[in-house]
Design a protein around this ligand. Structure first.
Ligand SMILES: NC(=O)c1ccc[n+]([C@@H]2O[C@H](COP(=O)([O-])OP(=O)(O)OC[C@H]3O[C@@H](n4cnc5c(N)ncnc54)[C@H](O)[C@@H]3O)[C@@H](O)[C@H]2O)c1
Ligand SMILES: O=C(O)C(=O)C[C@]1(C(=O)O)C=C[C@@H](O)C=C1
Length: 284
């Protein structure tokens, strides 16, 4: 499908995209570049990429497609650093978790004849780095592409075909719609998980080492609080307004729940939990 893929940021997502396309026979050669040289060397040793580059220029100068998978607030500067070295016809795409600001900043950076397509695979784990990457991460998972009026149709089709080769179901969304949807179903749960760990830890001021007693419920709920802190700092800052809107809604729900516990309204609580169970069971 393509001859040379450059992956900028060879971590969980960049590494898994490379592995998936290599496994599907959709790419001949993958060149990786990462600011963390230890991670980059490990990516080469593990066969995640075929070659490693010393800088952005040598990573992208022979690429048909560039895939950026760095933290969202580093993305625009990384695209700008690659832009002067992109060969004519090159397609640039990303896997960042926030889209509107990023797509608006990256599209105008493309030199004549090169095209940017915003993307976001809806798959991940709480682990980071090339060593955490695996070829089947995107199998059966959604990938959202966020074309705009400036998007080149052929570039969009190429990126769609590559995600399909990686095993994903591709859907297109407006960048702002994307940010609102994922503020609710992805970014809010991460904020709640991070806060829950703090809340329980603070109860430990009264009881010795309370976290050590945690079992399935706490562990299932807070798995995602083990995710990379700098990645989630970037997502919270870049998707600030949509995230604040869902944090407000969450606070309202939580205040209502607290009130009903306080007054001992069992019927309300049972009804509330029944609705939650039905809604969650429907998506599993
Ligand atoms: N982890 C997830 O569940 C998940 C899911 C979907 C999308 N994403 C998005 O994918 C992107 C990457 O996330 P990840 O989980 O693979 O993180 P990761 O930490 O595993 O990998 C990111 C890599 O980028 C490198 N890097 C950072 N800044 C760089 C720069 N300026 N130039 C080159 N390399 C740089 C880091 O050294 C690191 O190796 C993020 O934008 C994230 O929002 C993550
Ligand atoms: O399963 C996980 O560990 C994830 O957090 C993956 C997850 C999510 O579902 O919220 C996290 C961030 C992404 O941008 C996409 C997917």
């Amino acid at each position: 499908m393509i001859k040379t893929l450059a992956v900028i940021g060879v971590g969980l997502i960049g590494g898994s995209f490379s592995r998936a396309l290599k496994a599907a026979g959709a790419v001949q050669r993958v060149i990786g570049f990462d600011l963390d040289s230890e991670n980059l060397t490990e990516a080469l040793q593990l066969g995640v990429v075929d070659e490693i580059a010393a800088d952005y220029a040598s990573a992208v100068s022979s690429a048909d497609l560039v895939f950026l998978a760095v933290p969202v607030r580093a993305m625009t500067a990384a695209v700008a650093a690659c832009a002067p070295y992109l060969p004519a016809g090159c397609v640039v795409t990303d896997g960042g978790s926030v889209k509107e600001e990023l797509v608006a900043a990256c599209e105008p950076l493309m030199p004549e004849g090169c095209h940017f397509v915003g993307g976001h695979p809806i798959a991940g784990t709480e682990h980071s780095g090339a060593k955490a990457s695996f070829a089947t991460l995107f199998q059966g998972r959604r990938c959202i592409l966020t074309p705009t009026s400036r998007t080149d149709q052929q570039a969009l089709e190429l990126v769609q075909r590559l995600w399909e080769a990686a095993g994903s179901r591709v859907e297109c969304m407006e960048p702002l719609t994307h940010d609102r949807v994922f503020a609710a179903v992805s970014h809010l749960p991460h904020m709640v998980a991070y806060a829950l760990v703090h809340a329980v830890d603070r109860s430990a001021e009264e009881e010795e080492n309370i976290l050590a007693f945690s079992a399935g419920g706490f562990r299932d709920f807070t798995r995602i609080a083990s995710s990379d802190p700098s990645m989630w700092r970037d997502i919270a800052l870049m998707n600030r307004l949509p995230l604040l809107a869902v944090l407000d809604r969450y606070q309202q729900e939580f205040a209502a729940l607290k009130e009903k516990v306080a007054v001992g309204d069992g019927a309300w609580l049972e009804n509330y939990f029944t609705t939650s169970k039905r809604l969650r069971d429907e998506i599993i």
